[in-house]
Design a protein around this ligand. Sequence first.
Ligand code: ZN
Length: 426
Amino acid sequence: MRRVLHPALAAALTACSLALALAPAQAVPRPAGPSGPGIRTEQREVFAPDGAIRTVRVPRPAQAAPDARSRATAAAAVVEPVEVNGPSGSKVDLVFVGDGYTSAQLDTYRSHVRSKVAELFAVEPFKSYRTMFNIWQVNVVSRESGVDDDPTPGVRRDTALDMNYYCGGTARLLCVNEAKAAQYAAQAPQADQVVALANSSTYGGAGGTAATAAGGNAQAGQIVVHELGHSLGGLADEYDSPGRYQGSEPPEPNVSVYPQATMAAYRLKWYRWLGQPTPDGGTVGTYEGAKYAAQGIYRPSQNSIMRTLGREYNAPGREAMIAAFYRKAGVAAVSTEGRVGGRVLQVVPQRPDGSRLSVTWQVDGRPYAHEGERLDVSSIPAALLAGAGPHRVTATVSDPTPWVRDPALRAALRHTFAWQVAPGER
Ligand SMILES: [Zn+2]
């Protein structure tokens, strides 16, 4: 679903003065190889224990094709359901893989996964929309306990996913062999996001195709919350670095080159939220500094999770996340869409906490005041039917949450299911 480099960082890569300032070239190890000075690098996010985020450049690892032995190992891994709320096609699937857990340490792995899950679902909108997720853990077994370069560089351990601290020379940057992580994660149903946990209590993590976090560190799960903002919500980073933003209006919903007056006048980006309270504190406005530049670009709130770990999403960010959940999972499942499934038509809506989905029925284009998620076609009043048939019955399911305002996003929170009912069926 994602490249190694998420779009926000890829965009920043074109203006690489920032990254060079953060990571002097001499600090980056240069692996020997025929490519020599043309070595490819990529940006990674580094997270500090106080929540501050910055980016560094690290060498792009050579991802050799997995050998037969590692394929055999991957095939043997057990997939354990942590929390299953429905079929994967109608849920967002989070898949954990672990590194540096021996076969005797699977209980430790289990408890690390559960603590990260608890941390993620303490944050809105994950908290209210928890039942839209399935969570799986792949029990990846390593020969040795712990990961490389922990607690100090040079410590080596033989582990399944080759995770290491000091990635690219940065202490808290926790990297993983993405190919191996993906190989294990592929054993769980439809991974929408992979999270690789290291068997360590040393604070650390990274973004990427697989987000990484220290399994035994109580704050490291915040990294997962932030990374899901990118991978699911398409949100930009809201932290900044010295310098002026030089690009045009970015595509992400939570950053803009337009200050408040312009945004309001031309109805741009998060204009619907301007002046409203935001879950991360204060009111929504245009705060200068975002997307790796201190000037010339704005964020919606003072300090959201896309700027500092441990915070809430701001209102526009939360809105984007909820829409993303529905785009992946849908508003409802039906077993009989488009045809008659016996004589009872049924929708099975998502069930977020505190935001019951509405179901409205129509028959031949006319509203039918029928309560509920099941409709027995024989109960439809004859007065509603237009002509001899066949008749068209629809059920529109929608989430009325006030947390999503943008009509373009609200479209993801609503769907109309339709059935044809033949004259003889009622
Ligand atoms: Zn980020």
